[in-house]
Design a protein around this ligand. Structure first.
Ligand SMILES: Nc1nc2c(c(=O)[nH]1)N[C@H]1C(S)=C(S)[C@@H](COP(=O)(O)O)O[C@H]1N2
Ligand SMILES: [Mo]
Length: 303
């Protein structure tokens, strides 16, 4: 866990804020009044890991984004055709202000930060990714969550003309994910709009995707077009496909194996063949922040 005051890579890299400010300013001239320095200060997230990030090359060429194919290289090869502007996100269900929100509206007063997170895929590989994003809770508070809401459901864009994987039925489209409301409101849960000092590469889920660092990577749904506040646990893509292998919670847990492989250790992408595997940490190392969410739950049952 990073402590405020120790200078890191992120402290000397103000560019992401400029890039994102440019996007925001394009959406509303009033924001020109916001001093750039204040934004840069806000970027030093105390939630960043001190682990060295993977390279931009690794982060953008080794992807899972089945809308563009199942091979790790397919998203980088095929996502270029995706149109990400204009972009709207429908926010509906149990909210005070439902609607179809333009990305500019969503970003207008969003406190963007750079968050360097550990990211652990269910396939037992891991990366360190310097995201740029803001807390999902900020958006949920803005639209006003009603008391009956207990879960948040997310959907990815369906556009087979631009997403060749959607011509196949490898998964049921749209890609769907969900969180319990307290998980969604946890400060670690972010909506990311960029990484590594640039706006979000298309293969990583442009223009806006979820990042939930204590859960397996598949919970971090990409290219979101719909967010629904609901009373019941929503259906999720991987759980629908194979419920015995992918639970709703999908918390990173070295003691609960996938039925077909161990989750006790992981391979750091790009680490080289002599680096060896690393032990996987409960909640991907974020237990201090999130373990209390699951007090009293049997994590082997609620996997
Ligand atoms: N819409 C959508 N979101 C998705 C996926 C997908 O296939 N489609 N794959 C998930 C999986 S399995 C992982 S590991 C992460 C990968 O994110 P990255 O490519 O940015 O590292 O995206 C997740 N989000
Ligand atoms: Mo994954």
């Amino acid at each position: 866990m990073r402590v405020p005051g120790d200078l890191k890579w992120s402290d000397v890299t103000p560019k992401p804020l400029w890039v994102n400010r440019r996007q925001i300013i394009a959406g509303g001239a009033a924001l020109l009044a916001t001093p750039a320095l204040a934004k840069i200060e806000a970027a030093k997230s105390v939630f960043s890991t001190t682990d060295a990030p993977n390279t931009l090359e690794e982060i953008t060429t080794y992807n899972n984004f089945y809308e563009f194919g199942t091979d790790k290289g397919d998203p980088a090869r095929n996502a270029g055709a995706l149109t990400t502007s204009p972009w709207t996100v429908v926010i509906d269900g149990m909210v005070d202000r439902p609607g179809s929100y333009g990305l500019e509206d969503i970003l207008k007063d969003a406190p963007l930060e750079e968050r360097i997170y550990r990211f652990r895929c269910v396939e037992a590989w891991a990366m360190i990714i310097p995201w740029i994003g803001f807390e999902l809770g900020h958006l949920l508070n803005k639209v006003g969550v009603q008391p009956g809401a207990k879960f948040v459901a997310f959907e990815t864009l369906v556009r087979p003309e631009e997403m060749p994987g959607q011509a196949t039925s490898i998964l049921e489209w749209p890609y769907r994910e969900g969180l319990r409301l307290d998980e969604a409101m946890n400060p670690l849960t972010i909506l990311a709009t960029g990484l590594y000092g640039e706006e979000m590469p298309k293969q990583n889920g442009a223009p806006i995707r979820l990042v939930v660092p204590w859960k397996y990577g598949f919970k971090s749904i990409k290219s979101i077009v719909k967010i629904s506040l609901v009373a019941e646990m929503p259906q999720t893509t991987w759980n629908m496909l194979q419920p015995s292998e992918y639970g709703f919670y999908s918390n990173v847990n070295p003691t609960v194996d996938h039925p077909r492989w161990s989750q006790a250790s992981e391979r750091r992408v790009g680490a080289g063949i002599f680096a060896g595997r690393q032990d996987t940490l409960l909640f991907n190392g974020y237990g201090e922040q999130v373990a209390a969410l699951y007090a009293g739950q049997d994590l082997a049952k609620d996997f």
